[in-house]
Design a protein around this ligand. Sequence first.
Ligand code: GBH
Length: 489
Amino acid sequence: TWGVAVKQSRKFPDGFIFGTSTASYQIEGAWNEDGKGENIWDYLTHTNPAAIEDQSSGDVACDSYHKYERDVEMMRELGIDSYRFSIAWSRILPNGLANNVNEAGVAYYNKLIDEIVKYNIEPMVTLYHWDLPQRLQDMGGWLNPLIADWFADYARVVFDRFGDRVKYFITFNEGAQICYEGYDWVTKAPRLNMSGIGEYICAKNLALAHAKAYHIYNDDYKPTQGGVCGYTIAVSSFVPLTDSDEDAYAAELVNQLQWGLYTDPIFSKDGGFPKELFDLVAKKSAAQGFPRSRLTDFTEEEKAYIRGTGDFFGVNHYSGSFASASLYTPQPPVPSPKDDIEIGQFAPDDWPQAASFWLKQMPDSIYIVLKNIQKRYGDVPIYITENGWSTHEGIEDEGRVAYYRAALESALDALDEGINLKGYYAWSLMDNFEWMAGYTERFGLYEVDFEDPERTRTPRKSAFIYKQIMKTRTIDHDYEPESYVMTID
Ligand code: GBH
């Protein structure tokens, strides 16, 4: 049809950045080599292996600590413009505090960054992708307000050592997941069940930590290094179930809880927490007999200090759902964020299902997400810092191919409407340690053989498809790789 023909000729704009993403704990291995300190994932997987689906850990993972040259070779094979990876805090600062810099850890990232920039690939560095030094967890982790200073000190070391070559920094990967999953749902380290309280304390401390790091970059490094510093959050497409006012309000509340709580303080015009959510938690807290709200407000000074501290908005996007109060069924525990807003969600059965239980392919979901962000924060520059699909082992990954093609069409729809989307990073360059799912779910463009001491990486079909899209800057839905032999063009 005409529609398809027109779509096929659409091009990604000049300067649009294509990349792939990874994270330190998920790929590096070498968990105790060369002076690296223990982090909360080392601690969790070693003390409670049963918490991980296949009782595995990131002790070796993809062994990227030793195999980073192969990783960069894969980036060259794919032809990416940029590589997003994270730095392991405890590899640089073994006990988390900045009195003791581990030079061997610094040397590893220097080698990696040099290898990346040697081939004109732009490094994008996440400072924190979930691997907190265990010593800082022992002192309360993200619930201790002092962590804003600890994080700022760490950030200064990173800017100082790597900012000559790294021009894109992201403070946090997915603030909401750090807080909800780590301090309520027990689905991520440190697995503390402090439902309805812990995540709100965490949200406030994270915002302050981010702002401190941003100001350090902005004041002391940006003038000479000339880069940018942003924040990444997972944003799903929450759509009102019907066109009623109630459902519009329901979707707004879910947006506020799932990401606005973490990003409004940084990106909204007035700063601070989202008003409706803030008022609801205050009201519920009072009714529950708490002498003060479980969500502690910022002072006016803090609000002003945090507001405007994002050069770009990084969005990790995977899926979405419909939202409505009519879908809500009360469930323990109370207090909890779900109980605070009393909204239910629903994803239809006929959306394609990935290997991960939580991941379905929602039609148009990137377009919807980008529109929601634009509506909330105007024309802030946006990078999709993660987007991907899980399968099981196997090179023929038709589900991932279909997902990427649809996602990138949806990104083009958004670009057509002038949305300020500057880049797109596929999650992930290769299979890796998928947190609680261990190695049972695979997100890689390259398959990794975790039985093989060499951790051999093999391109999947999707790697060839993504390569073709990046090369031609268009999406050809009929393209099939001639062979599965990968070369560097
Ligand atoms: C990313 O998080 C992580 O940054 C990355 O490390 C990880 O490997 C990758 O995803 C794949 O998991 O309420 O049941 O619908 C994705 C975070 C996880 C956020 C699923 C939304 C929805 C769970 N997303 N979550 S559910």
